[in-house]
Design a protein around this ligand. Structure first.
Ligand code: LMR
Length: 391
């Protein structure tokens, strides 16, 4: 069956991971895939996670199946983390998934089944796996303007003009915070405008929440999705614990659906899980549940998360400052204003190639930089290389 098949090209992030791994140069700098690194360049297991794992290891006496939607305690903890008090619990259906990508896939496939003619509107640009999954499912998609490269901010007029064309039942895919790849986030007024547009048109917001706590803080980063949940009849949410709990390889995610048909939505999600992978992974979800359900562990985790956010903010400020010195201009000032792991640095693909080939600095082909990959040691060198290549 496979002899004549051409395998699909990996997307630009996965391709870059392979290239970085194959590069034998010492001093190479990985600013590609979205993985947090400490100032020492490590991606450590969080202390709260270690302690939760120890407790689970001691107390757990079975690895038998849990349920098609995973552990209900985990789902409730995730609902509370993301939605707070914005909407009553009896309006929220949930299901565990393998990672945030699994949640994106389950939401899109659910919508594809229930509303095959709906168009999914994605920001231009967005995470490459969004259009890839939509296309794989055979859904219709359209892009809306989002990023204004000239200012490093959001093209609000373009965005709202494009979204004015949505139809009833269409999905508007929004990044809950820390927009990937631009780092430019919607403000509360923008969320308000999106909510009003959805109320007016009958379009449904679909929020991808992959970086809660990496932007301004756990509560602040959830303000947009909470506003939608408090005002609209239906909101679809794909959540990831890869980044904020550092549980990348454990694959911990969840679908949350704000709806007036909770029981039916839960049945649909359970059926979708059954057909795609049956039971969602348990270990990482249990770690999250243990942390969120325990005051001491929860405080420890929030402290560690704050520390990660401060490191990223520090990297942004230090790189912007080093670039100001290198270039004698404020051209890269937007770096300090962006939120989360990523910024589009404004490099062409040729410049990205040169950064990699000559300087061993790895950025995604569209010029996306993972600022969490910087360290105090690498910042001066990266600033010099950027100033030279982007001159
Ligand atoms: C990224 O955007 O780098 C991360 O979300 C990792 C991934 O799966 O692409």
């Amino acid at each position: 069956m496979f002899e004549t098949v051409t395998p699909p090209e990996p997307d630009k992030i996965i391709r870059l991971m392979g290239m970085f791994a194959a590069d034998t140069r010492t001093g190479k700098v990985d600013l590609g895939v979205g993985v947090y690194r400490s100032p020492e360049g490590k991606t450590p297991v969080m202390a709260a996670v270690k302690q939760a794992e120890e407790r689970i290891w001691t107390a757990q006496d079975s690895k038998s199946y849990v349920g098609l939607r995973g552990d209900l305690g985990y789902l409730d903890a995730m609902r509370h983390l993301i939605l707070g008090q914005s909407v009553p619990a009896d309006r929220v259906a949930g299901a565990g998934t393998p990672g945030g990508t699994g949640a994106v896939r389950q939401v899109l496939e659910t919508v594809h089944r229930l509303a095959p003619s709906a168009t999914v509107w994605i920001s231009d640009p967005t995470w490459p796996n969004h259009p890839a999954i939509i296309d794989h499912l055979g859904q219709k998609r359209q892009s809306y303007r989002y990023y204004d490269a000239a200012t490093g901010g959001i093209d609000r007029t373009g965005m709202m003009a494009d979204l004015a064309r949505v139809g009833r039942g269409d999905l508007i895919l929004l990044h809950g915070c820390c927009h990937n790849p631009t780092g430019a986030d919607l403000l509360l007024d923008d969320w308000q405008e999106v909510a009003a547009l959805c109320a007016r048109t009958g379009a449904i917001p679909f929020v991808d929440m992959a970086y809660q706590g990496f932007g301004l803080g756990l509560e602040e980063d959830a303000a947009g999705v909470r506003l939608l949940a408090a005002t609209l009849p239906e909101v679809l949410i794909a959540a990831s614990c890869s980044k904020n709990f550092g549980l990348y390889r454990e694959r911990v995610g969840a679908v949350l659906i704000v709806t007036t048909g909770k029981a039916a939505a839960e049945g649909v999600l359970a059926g979708m899980n059954r057909q795609n992978f049956a039971f969602p992974p348990d270990h990482g979800a249990r770690v999250v549940q243990e942390i969120l359900g325990d005051e001491t562990l929860g405080a420890l985790w929030r402290g560690e998360l704050d520390g990660m956010r401060r490191t990223m903010e520090g990297n942004r400020r230090a790189l912007a400052e080093a670039l100001r010195e290198e270039t004698g201009s404020d051209r890269f000032g937007f770096l300090a204003a962006h939120r989360g792991m990523f910024s589009l640095i404004g490099a062409t693909s040729t410049q990205v190639d040169r950064l990699r080939e000559v300087h061993g600095i790895y950025l995604v082909g569209d010029g996306r930089m993972n600022v969490a990959g910087l360290t105090p040691d690498t910042i001066p060198r990266v600033a010099q290389a950027l100033a030279e290549v982007l001159a």
